[in-house]
Design a protein around this ligand. Sequence first.
Ligand code: GAR
Length: 224
Amino acid sequence: MSTDRATPLRVAVLASGRGSNLQAIIDAIAAGQIQANIVAVISNKRDAPALERARAHGLPDLFLDPKPFAGRPDSREAYDRAILEVLEQRQVELVLLAGYMKIVTGVLVNAYANRMMNIHPSLLPSFPGLDVQKKAIDWGCKLAGCTVHFVTEGVDEGPIILQAAVPILDDDTPDALAARILVQEHKIFPRAVQLFAERRLRVEGRRVVIDGAKPHGEAVISAS
Ligand code: GAR
């Protein structure tokens, strides 16, 4: 099977904060690891450093203010319809939620079924939601990690594409653990995008099959 693309994959990144995962994707594209172009970086936060990173790399950035949509019964859907309009205008093929701290609705999920990925800092299905590094430590887990998954309407519930695990140390703090997990996030998120761009991801029910992968070949276990 040829994995070469005639044209680079058109990617949009939705981000609310720091944007280090956005940066990892930018860097992987620049390094030639992914045949893709980022055609939109969209944030629900005016001051998101992610937007700053986009501008620094000459990428089209957009702050889409949720406030004008607030107060109406379908405010979340209406906001997502505004995002969808931008995605369709720019002919986006893959949407990445990279630290996007807003729950997406069926409007986006259905339009981008199996074409929208999220990165989450836990080994799903353990610890969906927020403050997950602290929860993993408090629970007494020996392993933590991160997950890239396709996005469905259930929060942090979609089919898992890649995961990486890191040990939890006896004296770990949530911040220290989050930093070690982040190192792995920056590896598996670009890798998942690369696999998508190479058309090697197949969703079968809840499972994502990676064409051409060796058994266990895509799981990452870090010793540190
Ligand atoms: C990352 O750790 C990401 O996994 C997490 O937010 C951080 C964003 O960092 N996402 C979630 O918790 C989503 N549920 P970044 O802005 O530097 O990429």
